[in-house]
Design a protein around this ligand. Structure first.
Ligand SMILES: [Zn+2]
Length: 102
């Protein structure tokens, strides 16, 4: 796969293919940008960008599912070689668990 046939939310370094359709959600990058994306990459992009939001696209319910998935995804989750020790390297769910555990 070259990457050119993937949705707008697919990060160039993320090797995973899109789910169908490729405009299931709309990802807002927090800086005024908005790109249509598949549910899979929408979740990954939202987990990786600070302040990103997911809005509904062409599939009812996809934005909600992508938000739920993003909560458990680590930022740039396709990067499996970097350390995962700082809060900004962990998922929101992991950070919540860390702050609520005595
Ligand atoms: Zn995609």
């Amino acid at each position: 796969m070259t990457g050119q046939d993937r949705c707008g939310a697919a990060h160039p370094e993320d090797p995973t293919p899109c789910t169908i359709p490729q405009d299931a959600v709309t990802v807002l990058d927090g800086h005024g940008g908005a790109v249509p994306g598949c549910e899979h990459h929408g979740a990954r992009m939202a987990a990786s960008l600070n302040g990103a939001r997911i809005e509904p696209g062409s599939v009812v319910g996809a934005a909600t599912r992508a938000l739920t998935a993003a909560d458990r995804l680590r930022p740039y989750c396709w990067d499996t070689t970097s350390p995962r020790t700082r809060p900004d390297q962990l998922s929101h769910a992991e950070n919540r668990a860390a702050t609520t555990t005595p």
